[in-house]
Design a protein around this ligand. Structure first.
Ligand code: ASP
Length: 342
């Protein structure tokens, strides 16, 4: 029986067309996207498509839409062998991360892809990204089980774990990097799967979570940030988890006003998790004096989480009702390959 793949179109450059009057790129419908790729009919897969009523530029992505995507996959899980989500590249890494947490014990591929140039453009990267994503979503072992049972992201000949990617370039076809985790597959003449990096088939039953908390904030340190700006963020209402983007291995200033504001924040039962502003590598609180004090006042380590994964993991855990010490333990424990074992 042919493999069945569901394509879900959310929007993004891949399906955009230039408004002839204003010159602005706007989304158009999925049928017209698929018409641009007649090669799809030669695949031998059964392809069905679902399109958002109003396709969006992914800069308008919201947690409610992640929940909607998770529900679409839940409803169609039994009927399809794999899923391809067409998505704008700007926030694709956030969506991929969020879905990796929401889709627990995923046994099938959910491949997010998009493009840097619209599908109708002569030099588009959309066709290759779409065609290979479908092939990966359909790929199976001899027993019929999915070759890549995870939420992943395919772009420019590389398949990455979804919760490990960052959009690193606004212009190159190679728009994404996965600095702390090797690619799951690489496409050339054939697709080479790196089985040792791909998650195994889950042991538990597939379960979709339907809640995300949004009491999450972030702050990127920079030399010269004023006390007033820093404290304004800490005093924001409805803030339970602050992702602190520190320098290097998670370092920050040792100024008294900075440490005591953070310490007061933590003492009120809130969480501060340090991640690094660096492209790759890991936080190591306590390595330098400039992070030892953070550790002492109760800042926790985000280790090698991407910023995208740290925000969505916090939203996910808050949505599951975690608070206090249990929340902090869960944040630091790998759930679905987002964090290297420590
Ligand atoms: N602004 C677009 C989006 O994220 C960019 C893209 O698709 O690459 O929706």
């Amino acid at each position: 029986m042919s493999r069945r793949i569901l394509i879900i179109y959310t929007g993004g450059t891949i399906g955009m067309i230039k408004d002839p009057e204003s010159g602005i790129l706007r989304p158009f419908d999925l049928d017209r996207i698929l018409q641009q790729v007649p090669e799809l009919s030669t695949f031998g897969y059964t392809l069905d498509a679902k399109t958002f009523e109003k396709p969006i530029d992914s800069s308008n992505m919201q947690p409610a839409i992640w929940l909607e995507l998770a529900s679409i996959i839940e409803k169609n899980y039994a009927a399809y062998n794999g899923f391809v989500i067409l998505h704008g590249s700007d926030t694709m890494a956030y969506t991929a991360s969020a879905l990796s947490f929401l889709l627990q014990n995923l046994g099938k591929s959910v491949v997010l892809t998009g493009s840097q140039l619209p599908i109708g453009h002569v030099r588009t990267d959309a066709k290759e990204n779409l065609i290979t994503s479908i092939e990966i979503a359909a790929a199976a072992h001899a027993d019929g089980s999915s070759r890549v049972p995870e939420v992943c992201l395919y772009f420019d000949y590389q398949l990455y774990r979804g919760n490990r990617v960052i959009k690193y370039n606004a212009e190159k076809f190679e728009a994404f990097h996965s600095p702390n985790h090797a690619p799951l597959a690489e496409a050339g003449i054939r697709i080479r799967y790196h089985d040792n990096y791909i998650l195994p088939q889950p042991k538990g039953i597939f379960k979709v979570h339907h809640q995300l908390g949004t009491a999450v904030g972030s702050l990127k340190l920079f030399p010269g940030m004023s006390q007033a700006v820093f404290e304004a963020v800490l005093h924001a209402p409805d803030l339970s988890v602050l992702i602190l983007e520190g320098y290097g291995a998670g370092n920050g200033p040792t100024a008294q006003w900075f440490l005591s504001a953070l310490s007061t924040f933590i003492k009120t039962g809130k969480t501060v998790m340090a991640v690094t502003q660096c492209h790759g590598g890991s936080v190591e609180l306590g390595k330098y004096e400039t992070s030892a004090q953070l550790l002492q006042i109760g800042v926790i380590s985000g280790h090698d989480l991407t910023f995208e994964a740290s925000v969505t993991k916090a939203m996910f855990l808050l949505g599951q009702g975690f608070t206090g010490q249990r929340l902090e333990n869960e944040l630091q424990r790998p759930i679905c390959g987002e964090l290297s074992k420590i």
